[in-house]
Design a protein around this ligand. Structure first.
Ligand code: COA
Length: 455
């Protein structure tokens, strides 16, 4: 019997689903009656305060006289503005993702000696365990690299001689190892997908301990392993911009929740990878690319504001796009006027788009950014600012770099691992309590009836 056959009974599935629907409706009014903070949000849209953190600060509005006032977005890592970090690294023409990992996980910018020791350790940890690619990736390849990454992360538990100890030293070691290995796992998983699902050739290059994360990714993914310094530096900028986003973002909060139960590093990080996959979170970068392709295929003149706006209305009505009503790459839970990550990626994308002949496409994305707020406010009968988020431009940058779509969200995970590990370390040392909110119970008292007495 195949996996599909097990679920072939459509009628039974329908019956089971109808039973679920009949017994699981919750009237909207109930949420406000009990003051339920759906999505852990307060009534004014701000996030419920559930902890304190030294790591990232996502600053998107100020509260004045109880009202949210929109401002330009600002992102800081341990107090450093992400723009300053990028400018500093660019001025010295250096790769910076390793250094940002050090900053987030260890707490301060490293000295030259500390950085070199840290990078040497990452280099030592790059290689996957013997036969890991064969046993854990190629024997069970996946169409979705995020699922493979979550599975491979869990599998690494078996190769760790000391997997469960939650001391800072042990968790730091595990964090550096995962930071080093994620690029190799996603690249090899991508190669296996090419071989088993796409009918393409598979190229299994070995990681180079001396190269940066961005260089290793390009080297491992491209058949001939080659790349230019400019390409690697652009990818390095993408990794830096995706490294951390406060404790409230969905996947980092997932790390916090899992960590608070006392589970091991591999379990907590696999859970975060799974959360990041969702299209409302990291998976949005893939949906953006699909949405843009759809606009190009269906809108006669993509530079025509009226035509593009009409299509955006159709997306919001659920008649186009993926049916969710969402214009991907737009909107953010915290940022109002701008998402600094989107600003930085857009700036980086423009010259490359011109060089590679993608200026028309870039102009269309900018049009989506410009038109969406008005379409959104018209449809929702609101008057609130809405900005492009990081995902509107990240997929485009990856496309300009010739990276395959199936790796867009895994690249996000490869960057965010340092933020996740920093949150895990912080939760372990400062959390102290298992995270355990409450759900209003709705069940009525029921009397048990024997099988023959049920209708
Ligand atoms: N397109 C269409 N509708 C959107 C929207 C978008 N891009 N962003 C928000 N909305 C809708 C929400 O679905 C919600 O509708 P509802 O009241 O009918 O349920 C309403 O606007 C209010 O949403 P809001 O509170 O402003 O946003 P949020 O904090 O709940 O959600 C996101 C934030 C990022 C999840 C949301 O903007 C979104 O889904 N964007 C598209 C996906 C995306 O790009 N994600 C990447 C995030 S970095």
């Amino acid at each position: 019997m195949t996996y599909e056959d097990t679920f072939a009974n459509e009628t039974l599935l329908q019956e089971l689903s109808e039973s679920f629907r009949a017994h699981n409706q919750i009237p909207e009014a109930l949420f406000s009656r009990y003051g339920i903070k759906r999505g852990l949000r307060n009534a004014d849209g701000t996030g419920v305060l559930v902890g304190a953190s030294w790591l990232g600060n996502v600053h998107g509005y100020i509260v004045n006289e109880g009202e949210r006032e929109p401002i330009e977005g600002r992102l800081t890592y341990r107090g450093y503005d992400v723009y300053d970090l990028i400018r500093g690294l660019e001025a010295e023409n250096r790769f910076g993702f390793g250094e940002i990992g050090y900053l987030l996980m260890c707490g301060a910018l490293p000295t030259r000696r500390q950085l070199s020791d840290f990078q040497a350790m990452i280099g030592q940890e790059r290689a996957l365990p013997n036969n890991f690619t064969e046993d854990m990736i190629m024997r069970a390849p996946s169409r979705d690299i995020m699922n493979k990454l979550a599975g491979a992360t869990l599998a690494l538990y078996s190769y760790d001689q000391n997997p469960d100890e939650t001391t800072v030293e042990n968790v730091m070691r595990q964090g550096i190892s995962l930071m080093a290995k994620f690029p190799v796992i996603i690249s090899h998983a991508y190669q296996a997908k090419r071989r088993y699902f796409d009918g393409d050739s598979m190229y299994l290059h070995m990681p180079d301990p001396a190269r940066s994360t961005a260089e290793n990714i390009l080297h491992l993914i491209r058949p001939d392993g080659s790349y230019t310094d400019d390409e690697a530096k652009l990818l390095d900028r993408c990794l830096i911009l995706h490294a951390e986003h406060g404790g409230g973002n969905n996947s980092s909060f997932t790390v916090r929740v899992a960590t608070s139960s006392g589970t091991d590093t591999y379990s907590a990080i696999a859970a975060a990878v799974s959360a990041l996959k969702g299209p409302r979170h990291g998976g949005a970068n893939l949906r953006v690319v699909r949405m843009l392709d759809e606009i190009k295929a269906n809108v006669g003149d993509w530079s025509d504001e009226d035509e593009v706006a009409a299509y955006l209305r159709k997306i919001m009505d659920g008649q186009a796009g993926d049916g969710s009503g969402l214009i991907y790459g737009m909107g953010h839970a915290v940022y109002t006027l701008s998402d600094p990550r989107a600003v930085a990626l857009k700036e980086a994308a423009r010259p490359l788009a011109e060089r590679k002949g993608f200026s028309r496409e870039m102009a269309m994305i900018e049009l989506v950014e410009k038109l969406t707020p008005a379409v959104f406010n018209e449809k929702k009968k609101l008057d609130k600012p809405m900005c492009a988020n990081v995902d509107l431009y990240s997929g485009f940058v990856y496309k300009l770099l010739g990276l395959p779509e199936s790796l867009y969200t895994p690249l996000f995970a490869t960057a965010r691992i340092v933020g996740w590990m920093a949150h895990r370390l912080e939760e372990l040392t400062t959390g102290g309590k298992i995270i355990r909110p409450a759900y209003k119970p709705l069940g009525k008292a029921m009397e048990y009836r024997n099988l023959d007495e049920r209708e």
